[in-house]
Design a protein around this ligand. Structure first.
Ligand code: SF4
Length: 394
């Protein structure tokens, strides 16, 4: 289904909202049913090379938990209470049959919770291809690079076996080109929002980007292009909001209402680390030469700096946040992390220290994907926005 400029941004956002609300993944089911031999490979946050899934002719399907609309009935029985919610709601999606059409699942190495989930998935769904997908912690070509090329080669081999035919270099390079185009538009949307945030509300940007987790990349690229064009053509009132960077999200996503609440409380979100898979790579991946080597070197040398990626240089720790604030002319940083997310919450004090040294104001709170009470967050973010205006002497 193509997106359209009819109705401006509202028609596109309505379609993205419908995809967001659909926890049975009807669009992906329909894509699979449209032709025999089509397969769907799910992936969890934060980063997997979707190009390889696409090159096999499969649909990469981003699974980011159940949000605030899914009642977790079975999932709680599999996990202790003191961890984040996304593994529980993902189990719920699995045992309730909502993702029973998915032929494979990739679990990227981000924390022990996800590692355990990948093992559980193997036991619970023995007919599904499951891979725990590791990324390098060393960024030297001859060490981390070679290691990662081997990881990518194994994934390529496995997915080739799943379809019954090896994935060729030409298929890979073609998919890389399609994802390059998609990432360029995602980056364009982010730049546009940083420039004129009142024209592209954070919740809309989130929905449009999130649609890319369930749509074929070709369709999502079209949606992005249409949305950017429609948003540029619209007039919207400019509010006296302050500009903030939202960070610390990792994989469990905040409820959509939380993102809306930030803007309602007086903050324009000018950068964030939501759904990083859609813009993890920061530059085009070359389409000439060995495609796996190209993907590996892009990860090593042209990927987002975030809490979710190991930073070997202590002097560089957190500097990406300072640069993001400068690049987007933000006036403050909001740390928003999932409750019980160890990697995010352990990193936060170090990042706060860097911001303090740079004189950048910040606040911090935690959420769960099904948090319902927005009033405390609205008050906290509203007070933060007011205090920034006072400090800046506006
Ligand atoms: S939200 Fe944090 S703790 Fe939970 S699975 Fe993701 S990285 Fe792990």
């Amino acid at each position: 289904m193509a997106t359209s400029l009819n109705g401006g941004t509202s028609g596109i956002v309505a379609r993205a909202q419908a995809l967001f609300d659909d926890l049975s993944f009807t669009a992906a089911r329909q894509w699979k049913a449209a032709e025999p031999n089509r397969k769907v490979v799910g992936y969890m946050p934060i980063y997997v090379p979707r190009e390889i899934i696409h090159a096999a002719g499969f649909l990469p399907l981003g699974i980011v938990g159940g949000g605030d609309q899914l009642e977790v009935i079975h999932g709680d029985a599999y996990y202790q209470s003191y961890i984040c919610r996304i593994p529980r709601s993902t189990i719920e999606l699995g045992v309730s049959g909502r993702i029973d059409f998915v032929d494979g699942m990739l679990f990227p190495s981000i924390c022990d919770v996800i590692r355990n989930l990948s093992g559980m998935w193997k036991l619970m769904f023995p007919n599904v291809y499951v891979r725990y997908f590791d990324v390098p912690q060393n960024y030297r070509d001859e060490i981390g690079g070679n290691y990662y090329i081997n990881e990518l080669a194994e994934l390529r081999r496995d997915l080739g076996e799943l379809r019954g035919k090896p994935i060729t270099d030409e298929e890979l390079s073609r998919s890389i080109a399609l994802y390059n185009e998609n990432r360029r538009l995602v980056h364009e949307l982010y730049s546009f929002r940083a420039e004129r945030p009142w024209l592209v509300p954070a919740a809309e940007v989130y929905l449009v980007i999130r649609a890319g987790l369930v749509l074929p990349v070709e369709q999502h690229t079209e949606m992005l292009r249409d949305y950017i064009a429609a948003a540029r053509a619209e007039e919207r009132p400019k509010r006296d909001n302050c500009r903030v960077v939202v960070t610390g999200v990792f994989c469990e996503q905040p409820p959509l209402n939380l993102i809306k609440s930030l803007e309602l409380s007086g903050c324009y979100v000018v950068d964030d680390d939501l759904l990083l898979v859609t813009r993890w790579l920061t530059a085009d991946v070359p389409t000439e030469g060995d495609p796996l080597r190209n993907l590996a070197l892009a990860f090593l040398h042209h990927s987002e700096s975030t809490s979710a990626k190991y930073e070997p240089d202590q002097k560089e720790k957190g500097q990406y946040l300072v640069r993001a604030v400068e690049r987007t002319r933000a006036e403050g940083v909001i740390f928003a992390s999932p409750s019980f997310c160890d990697p995010a919450l352990l990193d936060r004090p170090m990042l706060q220290h860097v911001l303090k040294d740079a004189g950048i104001p910040y606040i911090a709170f935690k959420y769960a994907e099904n948090s319902g009470q927005m009033q405390p967050i609205r008050e906290q973010a509203g007070t933060f926005a007011d205090s920034i205006k006072l400090w800046s002497g506006a």
